[in-house]
Design a protein around this ligand. Structure first.
Ligand SMILES: *Cc1c(COP(=O)(O)O)cnc(C)c1O
Length: 373
């Protein structure tokens, strides 16, 4: 195999070196830790970008979900309604809080939480404390309906926008519809700090409380005093510097992700075997990953064949209600998320790919489809 490996999605630092400038500034002032100007700057700049009042920079998207649940008052034995089709990082923090997840199926229209099944879940569990909706692969959920249902039942909405920074729903950014929104800056996300996350909300008091909890809940006293359990969840000033630089190229990355998606759509348009992720009029996705579904070929066959050609592709997330760790919890829905998992393939969506790389991928997919059908 002599052609270079094409990756699914890998870190892409700015050509201008913005990230290194912010990191150097932190070195020059010895503001390596704790917190510091880059953390404040990153919080303010991200909040401005998405149009929200407050943000707390944390060590991961998972930590941000954990803090959102805690801020929403989720405690032991509380019910949290959670989208089943997602990465396990959405659901694990429910368990950190000793709460009980109830998983809800997706719909074909959005691949995200089905409003009808959400309503059924809330009929069954009207005492639920929070709803965790996800915007998978940069596609937004059906937010108007989900927001309305949550209001009707008086339940707190949390948006896991880990994969959808920059996606808009009717011209408003995902992550800003619920009481809380979270973003991730893990290595394969649309922008990265190598690892990190952000919790956003218009409730300033709650965000201040999250900053307090995530720096070990130190009371305002000269001696070390704690009246609440604490966490070590803050983002470092160095990583926040990388984030500030990355934020400057977010729009460029979104543009490139769109170009990648459009390239696949055109290149694979006449192939009956392949369908593309759903686009809705109200949805302006960041196209973090370009995802297809296959009619007859097993995803693993295409993934293995691409791997032989040194091209990385992945299956769709395996739904939580089918996971050995989570299967004992209730699930409301049919088999949409399961069928998406059984037919879906995430194609390479790395923003460093050239047109030549994309041509190589499309050719290879066409070859596999021709051989297997
Ligand atoms: C990446 C991801 C997370 C977790 O973010 P980390 O920063 O890796 O902790 C949560 N939810 C979804 C849907 C993700 O893709």
């Amino acid at each position: 195999m002599n052609e270079k490996r094409i990756l699914l999605s890998s870190p892409h630092m700015s050509e201008e070196g913005f990230e290194q400038r912010y990191v150097k500034e932190a070195f020059d002032t010895n503001w390596i830790a704790p917190l510091g100007a880059n953390v404040d700057g990153f919080e303010n700049e991200l909040a401005d970008y998405v149009g929200i009042n407050n943000a707390a920079a944390l060590s991961s998207g998972t930590a941000a979900i954990h803090m959102a649940l805690k801020a929403a008052g989720v405690e032991k034995d509380d019910i949290v309604i959670c989208q089943s089709l997602t990465f396990s990082a959405t659901a694990n923090p429910i368990i950190y809080q000793n709460a009980i997840p109830v998983f809800v199926d997706s719909d074909w229209e959005t691949w995200n939480m089905s409003p009808a099944h959400l309503r059924a879940a809330l009929e069954k569990y009207p005492q639920a404390k929070a709803v965790l909706v996800v915007h998978l692969y940069g596609l937004s959920a059906n937010l108007d309906e989900i927001v309305e249902i949550c209001q009707e039942y008086g339940v707190t909405l949390i948006e896991d926008a880990a994969e959808s920074l920059g996606t808009t729903y009717k011209d408003k950014f995902t992550g800003t519809f619920g009481k809380y929104g979270i973003y991730s800056f893990n290595g394969n996300k649309i922008i990265t700090t190598s690892g990190g996350g952000m919790l956003v909300s218009n409730d300033q008091k709650k965000i201040e409380k999250v900053r307090f909890w995530s720096t070990q809940s130190r009371d305002k006293a000269r001696h070390y005093q704690h009246s609440e359990m604490g966490f070590n969840y803050r983002m470092s000033n160095i990583l926040a510097g990388i984030g500030r630089g990355q934020l400057k190229v977010l729009d460029k990355r979104i543009k490139k992700k769109n170009d990648i998606y459009n390239y696949y759509k055109e290149g694979l348009a006449d192939i009956q075997e392949i369908s593309f992720m759903p686009e809705n009029g109200w949805n302006k996705p960041n196209f973090w990953l370009s995802v297809i579904t296959l009619k007859t070929i097993k995803p693993q066959v295409l993934i293995d064949e691409l791997d032989k050609a040194n091209i990385e592709a992945r299956p769709i997330w395996k739904p939580m209600h089918l996971q050995p760790f989570f299967e004992k919890y209730d699930f409301i829905g049919n088999n949409v998320s399961e069928r998406l998992f059984m037919s879906g393939v995430c194609l390479p969506s790395d923003t460093k790919m050239s047109e030549k790389d994309l041509l190589r991928i499309v050719k290879e997919i066409k070859r596999v489809v021709a051989d297997e059908t």
